[in-house]
Design a protein around this ligand. Structure first.
Ligand SMILES: [Zn+2]
Length: 507
């Protein structure tokens, strides 16, 4: 069976996306799987698992040139890495599997090694390629390329490079929390900083003003964008690199952990109106926004977005970056989109009256507008819009759905939070969204919200429920919500959060 048909049969892809990918394939000649992954229609890990099962020979075509395993070991064991994804690493080899497994164990940690068939000609070619790369001067262990790969391998979202009086520190942000990853000399820092600034196309001589830049690297068959911010601090320049790995993004609206997702989907399936995603910075708003856009039919609707800056690509959408240098802001972007025959308009953030006005105008003239706001509750979102000048009658007429969200870490399934190799001794693995959401089908419903009537479960309620079920825990929700947890417990007459009933069986 053809790959595309198989993916449809298994519910991993729909016909519309397959047809779009096949059309792209006709033009580019790229492999279908690669196109699907590149467009965010399919995760690479899913593609590899399906290929491994139904067409293992097709894995010959895949290879990873800068794997987690040193080239020397690959040469000695006559092996190649066909894919290196999250919890699995795919290897094809000419040596006995048991030998290879033993030699690789130290480098792959707790990840599972999966053997795929070996094509000797392809293996030889791969090992030659590795040698060519090896001819270049070796990267030091603290080298920049190695650091980026390592950050991607462990699924970090950001790299912080922090100069201090006598040395410098590298920290990686994993699941929302910083971890120290490297300590080096100031000499090393100076060459690292100029290397990054060069790569991110920044002004090398400028050390006193903050700068933004970026670049992209190819990692395991997908393009990962890196956004770099350089800020002067007393000991030099602190450099923060955000990794935007499409494969670490959860594109599936149903799998983000949003309790009231059905309400939200009703809101965004309306042809017109305003839907809001709210929360502080780092609450996963962009993920929900992108997953919402990806759930729409982007070959039947014209989708536009204006972002600061564009982080993840939405296929076929018109995505525009805010550009302060040429005076292009959220409000201008919205005005431009109105002339571009839009169906859906996405506004990265509503933070001023001009943007709010243009978003309202776009919704009024028969479009669906998705926007994010920097507030912590549904009532807060409504009063924030009122504060910046949106009238009550406009909201009554246009508001369709409001969601407020935060991210909390999920307790590691393997050790039930005690700490193990798989969760890097943090006790947590992955994150989920805690949220409050309401769908507002008519004016009557919005009116109730404007009057302060609450008909939905609060975000703190959702957090407490998720701690109670053992998905997360009390320590984590207290880290995120602080004293709000006590206020909630007191208001609902609970002395404490009941212990999760079946947390111990998850081993
Ligand atoms: Zn663990």
């Amino acid at each position: 069976m053809l790959l595309g048909e198989l993916l449809i049969e298994r519910g991993l892809l729909n016909r519309e996306r397959l047809n779009a990918a096949l059309m792209e394939q006709k033009v580019t000649g790229n492999r279908l799987g690669r196109i699907l992954v590149r467009n965010g229609f399919l995760r690479q890990s899913v593609l590899m698992a399906v290929l491994h099962e139904v067409a293992p020979a097709a894995l010959h075509e895949e290879s990873v040139i800068l794997p987690a395993i040193p080239p020397r070991i690959l040469h000695e064991t006559r092996s190649m890495v066909t894919a290196d994804i999250g919890e699995q690493i795919y290897i094809s080899t000419m040596s006995p599997q048991a030998v290879v497994r033993a030699r690789l164990q130290d480098y792959v940690g707790t990840r599972e090694i999966i053997f795929s068939p070996c094509n000797p000609a392809r293996l030889t070619q791969y090992l030659q390629q590795l040698r060519t790369i090896g001819d270049h001067p070796e990267e030091s262990p603290g080298g920049w390329d190695a650091l980026i790969r390592r950050a991607m391998d462990v699924g970090a979202s950001d790299i912080h490079i922090i100069p201090r009086p006598h040395s410098y520190t590298v920290m990686l942000r994993l699941q929302g929390v910083l971890h120290q990853a490297h300590e080096g000399t100031l000499e090393e820092y100076v060459s690292l900083a100029s290397r990054i600034k060069d790569q991110a196309r920044m002004d090398m001589a400028e050390r006193r003003k903050p700068q933004d830049g970026g670049f992209a690297v190819e990692h395991n068959g997908r393009v990962v964008n890196l956004r770099v911010v350089c800020m002067p601090i007393v000991d030099g320049e602190r450099i923060v690199v955000r990794l935007l790995d499409p494969d670490s993004m959860n594109f599936d609206l149903d799998n983000l952990g949003i309790t009231g997702i059905a309400e939200w989907k009703k809101g965004i399936s309306r042809p017109t109106g305003l839907c809001l995603i709210c929360g502080p910075t780092g609450s996963g708003k962009t993920t929900t926004l992108n997953a919402s856009a990806l759930s729409m039919s982007f070959t039947q609707q014209a989708i536009y977005s204006i972002e600061d800056p564009v982080e993840y690509r939405i296929p076929y959408a018109g995505q525009v970056n805010i550009n302060k240098a040429v005076g292009l802001d959220f409000s201008d972007g919205l005005k431009t989109f109105m002339r571009g025959d839009p169906d859906v308009i996405i506004v990265g953030e509503v933070r001023d009256i001009e943007t709010a006005r243009n978003a309202v105008k776009a919704a009024e003239t028969g479009h669906l507008v998705l926007a994010t706001l920097h507030t912590g509750s549904i009532l807060g979102a409504v009063s924030r819009l009122r504060d910046i000048g949106v009238e009550g009658y406009e909201l009554r007429h246009l508001l369709r759905a409001v969601m407020v969200q935060r991210l909390v870490r999920v307790v590691c399934q393997k050790c039930a939070g005690a700490g193990c190799k798989s969760c890097r001794d943090t006790g947590y693995k992955g994150r989920t969204i805690v949220s409050e959401c309401t769908y507002l089908p008519g004016e009557k419903d919005v009116n109730q919200v404007l009057e302060g009537q609450v008909s939905w479960k609060s975000i703190v309620h959702d957090a407490v429920e998720k701690a109670r079920s053992g998905l997360t825990n009390e320590r984590e929700i207290r880290r995120v919500f602080g004293a709000e947890i006590d206020d909630y417990l007191e208001a609902s007459g609970m002395a404490q959060i009941p212990q999760p009933e079946a947390a111990c069986s998850a081993s």
